[in-house]
Design a binder for this molecule. Structure first.
Ligand code: SR1
Ligand code: MG
Length: 406
């Protein structure tokens, strides 16, 4: 009987046997095979297995408790969800995600393509590198994976089967708590507020009742709007990049939710990159980030409308005016979830290195205030965010307010 027929938490020493058992025909040079745990995320263990013949794969393995906190447990089914959605995303947006070689619902692990020739986008952006193809690549990925899984395009019973298969209650609960509740109430006492901004956060996030009402509406939208099969955690730590290639990975938060959640996450994480570039005086990089924010929104709109015309099958969705109505609601959601991601990464439990590594105290304070002012603008005025330039205007308003508040 295989020692992998019952779940246990694998360590480096187990992984070579695991790969040999699960991928026996890969052409491994057994004598030179070696492995290293290279995981950098909050949840899982990631092993790179290589040999001297140039073979390499990644093994991703779900533990029963999270890396970020041994007190937090989340269903290990997340590994199946991640594997199955990567296979689907590769069908809708070929070449935009790592290939899955196999997945295993016993060990809650999958073996996938090694993308070590790419760099994690968050770290590349913290080195202020520029990627001119990014807006084009990410908007193709989003339109193809999101629109194609909606009721606009997909046969409705097939879509409902996917809703069922990707029901992801425990990972959604993390988002409902960490993104859509705690940044405003700190009800679990887990927020990490930068001490010099304590009073600012108290006033702008914890005491703003009008904001709380809008967040409660967004939380219910997130929980109930089964619009499309989302990646669910589309930040720059879920993207591998190099000059001529963009690969999206880590979709374990996938579920049927509002399209704007994915698009908004991309925009917010570009703003974190801008925060970092701005703190270190990287003008050319910041200009590229701002242009990319504009391009992501405007290219998404353009490609979405074209794909809608080409692929819509639902007869009522083809009625005059529906397409524009549908897109405008996605754009309002995009603004809202740009705002919620900006807030939660600034004060919540899971923060981003783009901001937390800003060494100068005043510059970090400033970056956080820009994020929070911009977030509130995006959330409170979400219906007026209709094009890329609206985000640049909001960022400029936030910069002016942050300067005044210091
Ligand atoms: C407890 S998990 C914290 C965060 O890490 C993931 O990448 C998600 O963004 C989640 O909110
Ligand atoms: Mg992740």
């Amino acid at each position: 009987m295989s020692r992998f027929s019952k779940y246990f938490l694998m360590k480096e020493k187990d992984v070579i046997d695991y790969v040999l058992e699960k991928l026996p025909d890969y052409g491994w040079d057994k004598a030179s095979m070696r492995t290293k745990e290279i995981g950098d995320g909050n949840l899982n263990y990631v092993f790179r297995v290589i040999d001297d013949k140039g073979n390499s794969v990644i093994v991703k393995h779900a533990g029963e408790t999270l890396r970020i906190s041994s007190e937090m447990t989340v269903s290990v089914d997340r590994n199946r969800i991640e594997s199955e959605i990567l296979i689907l995303q590769d069908k809708y947006a070929p070449g935009s995600v790592p290939k899955i070689y196999m997945y295993d619902t016993v060990m809650c692990a999958c073996i996938m393509e090694d993308l070590s020739d790419h760099q994690l986008m968050r770290y590349a952006m913290m080195e202020h590198k520029i990627f001119p193809r990014f807006a084009d690549d990410i908007t193709t990925f989003m339109v193809n994976t999101l629109l194609m899984t909606t009721d606009v395009v997909m046969e409705h019973k097939e879509k409902k089967a996917l809703v069922k298969s990707f029901i992801n209650p425990e990972l959604c609960e993390i988002t409902e708590d960490l993104v859509l509740t705690e940044p405003y109430l700190d009800n679990n006492g887990r927020n990490l507020v930068f001490e010099p901004n304590k009073d600012f956060v108290q006033k702008e996030l914890y005491s703003d009742k009008a904001l709380h009402l809008e967040i409660s509406k967004l939380k219910f939208d997130f929980m109930n709007n089964a619009q499309a099969l989302l990646h669910g955690d589309l930040h720059t730590g879920s993207i591998f990049i190099k000059e001529d290639s963009t690969k999206v990975f880590d979709p374990e938060f996938a579920f049927y939710g509002p399209i704007g959640y994915d698009v908004g996450n991309v925009i917010a994480n570009l703003i974190f990159a801008w925060d970092n570039g701005n703190a270190y005086g990287k003008t050319e990089f910041c200009d590229w980030v701002l242009k990319t924010i504009v391009d992501v929104i405007d290219m998404f709109k353009e490609k979405f409308l074209k794909a809608f015309d080409k692929y819509a099958t639902e007869i009522m969705a083809k009625q005059e005016g529906f397409k524009e109505y549908y897109l405008n609601s996605i754009l309002a959601d995009t603004a809202s979830y740009t705002g919620t991601e900006l807030n939660r990464r600034t004060v919540g439990m899971a923060q981003v290195k783009d901001v937390t590594t800003i060494e100068d105290e005043k510059k970090r304070m400033f970056a956080e205030r820009v994020n929070i002012f911009c977030a509130k603008d995006c959330i409170m005025n979400r219906n007026s965010f209709r094009c890329g330039k609206d985000y640049i205007d909001a960022l400029e308003r936030a910069i002016a307010k942050a300067e005044k508040s210091m």
